[in-house]
Every structure is written in C-alpha cells, then in structure tokens.
Ligand binder design. Structure first.
Ligand code: ADP
Ligand code: MG
Length: 230
C-alpha cells in the first residue's frame, strides 16, 4: 500500500486559514441554530418543513466547520498512555448502529492485542470513526467492513477493510486535496483530518483499493515506549 496524499505539504497553510475562518463562523452559527429552535414553536406545517431544511443545512455547515477546525488544532495537548483495545471497543460501540443502518456487517478482530499507545484517545477515535464511516458509505447493503488490529514489533496496525466500490486511480491522487469528495453530501475533509491526527501521533495512513472489490485503509501507529510509560 502506498502512503496516501501526495499534496501533503500544501495543506498546512490552507488548513490554518480555513481553521481561522471556521472559528469565526461557529458563534453566529450557534446563534442561528438557537433561533431556529425557538421558531419551531407555533410554526405552521409549511414553516416547520422549511425549518427542518434549515436545521439540516446548518448541521452540515457545523460539520464542515468542525472538520476545518480539527485541521489546525494543536494535536498533542491531551496525550496519555491508552490501550489500543479500549479505543477500538469504544469506536465499534459507536459505529454499530451506523453499520446496521447501512445494512453492512461490521466485524472486529482485536483479541489479545495488549499494545498501548501514547496518544490522544479522542482524536484516534475520530480517525477510526472517519475511516469506518467512509467504508460503510462505500459498501452496498449486505457487504462487510472488517476492522482488524495487529501488533508488529514496535507499531500497531489498525486496518479497515471494506467490500465497497473501490477508489479509481485518478481519485486516489486527489485524496490530499481539501474538499475533494465524490459524495453529494460529503465534506472532503474527513481523510485530511485523519491523516493530520495520525501524523501528529508519529504514525502514517495508507490506502489500497481495487475497483469493484473494495478498499483497505491502514493506520500505523508507534507503540508507547514501555520504559517511559507509567
Ligand atoms: P467525504 O467522506 O466527506 O467525501 P473524505 O475525506 O472522508 O470525505 O473522503 C474523500 C473521498 O475519498 C470520498 O468522497 C470517496 O470518494 C473516497 N473514499 C474514502 N474512503 C473510501 C472507501 N472506503 N471506499 C471508497 N471511496 C472512499
Ligand atoms: Mg468521509
């Protein structure tokens, strides 16, 4: 598997600017969402319908803004020693409902991987949620997504394998471009945010895809050094 994102270094400047703007959008957005909720009371059916659309679109702006902000967050603020198993367990609990909704089976293979990571567990969970979401979105009803955790000498490898549509070569090249998405309601920021977090953990993100067969995303993370761990 080759490391994804050939345009990696162009990102930081764009990411910083985007995050600055995103931050400014958050406050007025929250105010508008609040007033939308207030208007629901006493709204006619037509007005309710419009309000629902407004709330959905505001939620979408909120998602984009949140991902932009994640791009510029100082990544190492909340690092601690954490078991990889616990991260995976929490993510699976989070994603089971979504898998069910897609009619896709989510398998997990993570028995007896005692490895510990020096990490921000919430950020790593965000990475896995992003990757599993993509896998579920690419996979037809009845398909499968497999989450596996393997221990190598000094790295932990977390893989997400789907039986989805796959990624064409010309799209693989574009995965590093901010806002690149093939989805009608996509943000094109999920993988960027994920890669940024993984890199801040000293790890790397790899992607392998065969059209019509599926995609495997591999997250490689260095194990916590036991000597320095409590
Ligand atoms: P978004 O999901 O909002 O489109 P991402 O950064 O998460 O943004 O993904 C960018 C694009 O990469 C997707 O629109 C899709 O085309 C492609 N992609 C990512 N993961 C997969 C996958 N598992 N299978 C097929 N395509 C994928
Ligand atoms: Mg995504």
């Amino acid at each position: 598997a080759e490391e994804i994102f050939r345009y990696s270094d162009k990102l930081s400047g764009v990411g910083q600017l985007a995050a600055g703007i995103a931050h400014e959008i958050r406050n007025p957005l929250t105010a508008i969402q609040g007033f939308c909720r207030l208007l629901e009371e006493g709204a006619t059916p037509t007005q309710s319908r419009y309000l629902k659309i407004m709330k959905d679109e505001l939620a979408r702006i909120d998602l984009i803004v949140g991902e932009m902000m994640a791009l510029a967050k100082p990544a190492d603020a909340f690092f601690r020693i954490y078991a990889v198993q616990d991260i995976v367990r929490d993510v699976v609990a989070l994603m089971n409902a979504e898998a069910l909704l897609h009619g896709v089976e989510l398998h997990v293979q993570c028995d007896s991987v005692p490895a510990r990571l020096h990490c921000d567990p919430n950020q790593l969970k965000q990475v896995l949620v992003n990757i599993i979401k993509n896998a579920l979105e690419a996979t037809k009803e009845g398909g499968q997504v497999r989450l596996g955790v393997d221990e190598r000498e000094d790295v932990v490898e977390i893989s997400v394998e789907d039986t989805g549509e796959g990624i064409p070569e010309e799209h693989l090249e574009q995965l590093g471009t901010p806002f690149f998405t093939t989805k009608e309601r996509g943000t094109g920021l999920g993988l960027l945010v994920s890669r940024r977090i993984v890199q801040a953990h000293g790890g790397s993100l790899h992607i392998d895809s065969v059209i019509g067969q599926g995609t495997t995303v591999l997250v490689r993370l260095p194990k916590a050094d036991e000597k320095t761990s409590p």
